[in-house]
Structures are given as structure tokens and as C-alpha cells.
Design a protein around this ligand. Structure first.
Ligand SMILES: NC(=O)C1=CN([C@@H]2O[C@H](COP(=O)(O)OP(=O)(O)OC[C@H]3O[C@@H](n4cnc5c(N)ncnc54)[C@H](OP(=O)(O)O)[C@@H]3O)[C@@H](O)[C@H]2O)C=CC1
Ligand SMILES: CC(C)(CO)C(=O)C(=O)O
Length: 311
């Protein structure tokens, strides 16, 4: 399959690498010149559980990318989605599917301006990755990937994409309801990412805190009320199971969540698309969400310090 990855940061590079090594024609696309140059000159350096490898996967700047693709996977940060879609517009043909596996609320609403709903796929993944520096990623542990067409229809093309993901060991599953999958992952990230960021530590470290269930519950219970008001089916046990499953080092335990990586790199976080989005929606329904509100402000303060001192 001919696949382009729009946003070749930690996750785009990990998925791109796995799909490329499984025999697909893959092009990574990014806007960070040093990262693109490093991969073009020395290949993508990947730190895996089994050792370190170098992959000769092709990469180009968005502005220099050409060709029609069967599938474009969006792996930018949520605040970059509009800009990334504008940069990919010329690569979308009548047969191109777009798949977003980004965290956060609001990405579908942006992407659907650029592609018809029957060719827009969305989903979530519990795989994790870290961008160590230009051309280098860490891709430890495993995960799974849930996806579905946004219009809810199954097609032979979708089944083919799932097969391609399966061959690349990306553990794909078809979602019964993609909005439930997205909200489940939003609840998961709204709990886990800020806690790891505030603790300045890994997913497994936060999971080892003896009162973790109590801390996670107060965040999740507020999100359940907002989801109910939005008429999204969200199951408390499913969210808790997802959170507790990734504490295992064989999953994302050894990883720093993307939010903590952003703070450490002096970059803006996706907090506005996680707890921030929950707070905004809760205001529309007059639902009090004091725990999510406090977390939102704490991360905003950290972000302000990190971004203003390091960038
Ligand atoms: N990391 C993870 O473990 C997981 C992340 N996700 C989600 O996947 C999506 C992508 O996240 P992730 O892969 O972590 O994002 P990254 O921060 O690794 O990369 C996103 C983009 O940011 C830019 N960038 C990153 N670091 C730098 C830097 N130091 N200097 C200049 N530019 C930089 C690059 O694009 P450009 O230069 O064009 O701006 C890059 O494509 C997000 O929605 C995230 O929430 C989901 C599951 C796990
Ligand atoms: C917690 C994790 C790594 C998922 O496994 C994630 O979604 C993130 O870093 O944003």
C-alpha cells in the first residue's frame, strides 16, 4: 500500500517505520528541516526493545512531497492539524483515505473540511514513542490501534487497511463506534498525561503510586458526565482498564507521555484538546468539573514556564 505519514515526530516515525519494514511504500512528511535532513542523510534511528536499528525510510518536507497515496495517516499534534491538512491537500486524490490517530478532541472536525466523510477514518492507539532528537526515536513496548470510518460504514478498503496494519504488527481492531474510542482515549490521556507531566516521570511510575485509582477516578468521573451530556457512550470500566493496561512496561510503562515530552522540549502541549476541551464542553452544559479545571490550569502554567524559558 502507498502510505504517507503527515507529521513524522515520535509516533509518525514509529508507525511509518513499522509499515515500511512490513513492505509498504511509505513516505514520512514533516516540517522540521533538521529532522528531515538527518533522516535523509543517515536514515531513521530507532531504539527498540530488541536493540537499535537504522531504517532507510524515505522522508521529505511537506512542501517537497509529491504523489498520490492510498492512505495518509495524520500524526501531527492537534494544534498543527489545520496547517498539516493544508500542506497535504495536493496529495489527496479521489481514492485517498485519511486516518487520524491523534490524541484529543476536535481533529475530525478539522480534517473533514478536506476529505469526504466516507474516506475519513479515525481512531486511537496505545502505542507510545519518544522523539530523542532529529532523526532518532525510541519505540519501546507494544499497544493496539482502534479505527473505523467516521461515517460508521465498513468497506473493503477499510478491511484492506486493517490487514496492512495487522501485517505491520500494529494490532488493529475495528471500533464499533469511533467516537466512543476517541472519548475513551481522551479520558485516558486527560488522566494520565497531566499526572505524568506533574510528576515529571514515566507512565509506570505514576501507575505505581498507591492511591493512583483515587486520583484517576476523580478526573474520569467528571469526563463521564460530560460524555453523557454529549451523548457519547463512555464506559468507566473500559477507560480504567485502558489506563491500567499501559502501566505495564511491556506496553507504555517505560515511556514519557507526549505531554511531558512537550514540556521537556519547551513546546506547547495538547492540554487544550484534552482537559481544556472537557472544561469548555462542561461549561456548555453547566457541569462542574473542578478537578479537570485545576489540572488544565496547572499544565497551562507549566507550559508557560517551559515555552517562555526554552523557546
Ligand atoms: N508520543 C506518544 O507516545 C503518543 C502520541 N500520540 C499522539 O500522536 C500525535 C503526535 O504526537 P507525537 O508523535 O508525540 O508528536 P511529536 O512532538 O513527536 O511530533 C509532532 C511534530 O512536532 C514537531 N516537532 C517535534 N519536536 C520538535 C522539535 N524539537 N523541534 C521542532 N519541531 C518539532 C514536528 O513537526 P513540525 O516541525 O512540522 O511542527 C513533529 O512532526 C499527537 O496527537 C499525540 O497526542 C498518541 C499516542 C502516543
Ligand atoms: C500515554 C500514551 C503514551 C499512550 O500509550 C499517550 O497516549 C501519549 O503519550 O500521549
Amino acid at each position: 500500500m502507498k502510505i504517507a505519514i503527515a507529521g513524522a515526530g515520535a509516533m509518525g516515525s514509529r508507525f511509518g517505520y513499522m509499515l515500511y519494514e512490513a513492505g509498504n511504500e511509505v513516505l514520512l512528511m514533516d516540517g522540521w528541516p533538521e529532522h528531515v535532513k538527518a533522516i535523509q542523510e543517515k536514515g531513521l534511528h530507532v531504539v527498540l526493545d530488541s536493540g537499535e536499528v537504522n531504517s532507510q525510510i524515505p522522508i521529505s518536507l511537506f512542501s517537497e512531497s509529491k504523489g498520490g497515496f492510498d492512505l495518509i495517516i495524520i500524526f501531527s499534534k492537534s494544534m498543527q492539524t489545520e496547517q498539516v491538512m493544508r500542506s497535504c491537500r495536493h496529495l489527496i486524490n479521489d481514492y485517498t483515505y485519511i486516518l487520524t490517530l491523534q490524541n484529543g478532541l476536535g481533529n475530525i472536525e478539522v480534517i473533514e473540511k478536506y476529505v469526504p466523510k466516507n474516506r475519513l477514518l479515525a481512531g486511537v492507539t496505545t502505542y507510545a514513542a519518544e522523539l530523542i532528537g532529529p532523526g532518532k526515536i525510541q519505540a519501546l513496548g507494544s499497544g493496539d490501534t482502534h479505527m473505523m470510518s467516521v461515517d460508521g460504514n465498513m468497506s473493503t478498503d477499510l478491511i484492506r487497511i486493517v490487514d496492512v496494519f495487522n501485517d505491520a504488527n500494529l494490532n488493529p481492531k475495528l471500533s464499533a463506534d469511533v467516537f466512543t474510542s476517541i472519548w475513551t482515549k481522551v479520558a485516558f490521556n486527560a488522566a494520565l498525561n497531566p499526572l505524568c507531566t506533574l510528576a515529571n516521570n514515566t507512565v509506570a511510575f505514576v501507575g505505581s503510586y498507591k492511591n493512583i485509582k483515587e486520583v484517576v477516578s476523580v478526573i474520569i468521573d467528571e469526563i463521564l458526565l460530560v460524555a453523557q451530556a454529549e451523548k457519547v457512550r463512555l464506559d468507566r470500566d473500559e477507560v480504567m482498564d485502558m489506563i491500567f493496561s499501559v502501566f505495564d512496561p511491556a506496553m507504555s510503562g517505560h515511556h514519557l507521555p507526549s505531554m511531558l515530552q512537550d514540556i521537556q522540549n519547551g513546546r506547547k502541549t495538547e492540554i487544550d484538546y484534552l482537559n481544556g476541551a472537557i472544561v469548555k464542553k462542561a461549561e456548555q452544559y453547566n457541569i462542574p468539573v473542578p478537578n479537570n479545571r485545576l489540572i488544565y490550569h496547572m499544565i497551562k502554567m507549566l507550559e508557560k514556564t517551559a515555552v517562555s524559558t526554552e523557546v
